[in-house]
Ligand binder design. Structure first.
Ligand code: SF4
Length: 382
């Protein structure tokens, strides 16, 4: 297992493969995914293999198979993809597969581990039966616990659990119970995000119709602070607004994103960024497969990134991490001095106690974290 540090190499390329299948649709989810039983998974995976083979992936150092729910794929399809990535990316240091707790068996987990997957990201979301029902998750709390034990048995020593707070009907007490149960499983990494009511999802509709009650903003913020307190006390370091890790287990792949390194996305709806251009593949599975089968590019949109937009984007992404903007690295990468470029917002937020300057770093204070988006939007454009 590679223990990832807090920085990644500037030249590193992150690979993301999007598997757009799920067994059923969760009530809060607005991601592009389709029911796995309605599709020819083999045909899509062939298209994904074809797209993967079209790229030079020798400099890839982190890979992430996400979705959707990659574990909803038939075992052989996912195994073949893992093998292909291992053989095409010789310098892989971190290889994550996202999985649904209800879709793993010891045999499957052992197979992924033995092939070279060294990190699992498990969508737990909550340990409360009512909250899991509200989210439309297809697993219960015991299934999460069993899945974690199986992953340990299979040899995984880098495991991440995703949690959601401010779920309709939740309280600080139910959230604390979920945090406690997650911590008791000793995952190396925990991500904690507030529920977003995405327009058009069944859960957003239920709230609009009064069938579910949304958590109010102040309770939402209190729950976020509750997570920081509980996880920090349990020995996790908050290294990004929503991400916590035991020392040495920050997610190297995601750190690459927050450092604004280039990334390559493969599969339907996957996005890529070369630094100068951002592309996005066709979201629709049929269109994507048809493009790959007829030798046409699967890219639906390609937008040149203006240098100043990229500089601002780098500042915003860096500020999401607790390390913040590393002034020296920012100068090296962008050719600009953040103190000059963002003099206005830096002065304003320092005065308000929401930003701190320390030696070589500019970073959000603890007080800024619950309202980070409103601070970061002032760095998003010049
Ligand atoms: S498993 Fe994940 S991607 Fe699939 S529907 Fe649920 S939340 Fe969305």
């Amino acid at each position: 297992m590679t223990e990832s540090g807090s920085q990644t190499d500037q030249d590193s390329l992150g690979l993301y493969v999007h598997i757009p299948f799920c067994t059923s649709k969760c009530a809060y989810c607005a991601f592009y995914s389709e029911p796995v039983h309605r599709h020819d998974t083999h045909r899509l995976m062939q298209a994904i293999h074809t797209e993967l083979a079209q790229h030079d992936t020798r400099s890839v150092c982190t890979a992430y198979i996400g979705g959707g729910s990659p574990s909803s794929l038939p075992t052989s399809e996912l195994t073949d993809l893992v093998k292909a990535i291992m053989s095409r990316c010789p310098d892989l240091a971190e290889f994550t597969v996202e999985c649904n707790p209800g879709q793993v068996t010891l045999a499957r987990l052992k197979q992924w581990h033995d092939l070279g997957v060294n990190r699992l990201s498990m969508g737990a979301q909550s340990f409360d039966a009512g909250e899991l029902r509200c989210l439309g998750r297809s697993h219960d709390a015991d299934t999460i616990k069993t899945a974690v034990h199986l992953a340990r048995q299979a040899g995984f020593n880098n495991l991440s659990l995703d949690l959601i707070f401010a779920i309709c009907g939740s309280t600080p007490a139910t959230w604390q119970a979920s945090l406690n149960q997650a911590i008791a499983l000793h995952p190396e990494h925990i991500s904690a995000y507030a529920l977003t009511l995405e327009p058009g999802t069944p859960l957003a509709e239920a709230v609009a119709q009064g069938r579910q009650l949304a958590v109010d903003e102040s309770t939402d913020m209190a729950m976020y602070e509750q997570a920081i307190a509980a996880l920090t006390q349990a020995g996790y370091e908050q290294y990004e607004i929503s991400n916590f890790a035991r020392p040495g287990y920050t997610c190297r792949h995601n750190l690459g994103t927050w450092l604004n390194h280039p990334y390559l996305g493969i599969g339907p709806s996957a996005a890529s960024s070369s630094g100068t251009t951002r592309t996005q593949n066709f979201s629709d599975i049929k269109t994507y497969v048809a493009a790959m089968e007829s030798g046409v590019s699967p890219v639906e949109t390609s937008v040149a990134t203006r240098p100043m937009d990229r500089i601002c984007e780098t500042a915003v992404l860096n500020l999401r991490t607790r390390h913040g903007i590393d002034v020296q690295r920012f100068r090296q990468v962008t050719g600009q001095d953040p103190h000059v470029l963002f003099a206005g917002p830096i002065r304003r937020y320092c005065e308000q106690g929401l930003l701190t300057i320390e030696e070589n770093r500019i970073f959000l204070t603890a007080r800024a974290l619950p309202i980070a988006d409103s601070v970061l939007c002032d760095f998003a454009a010049l």
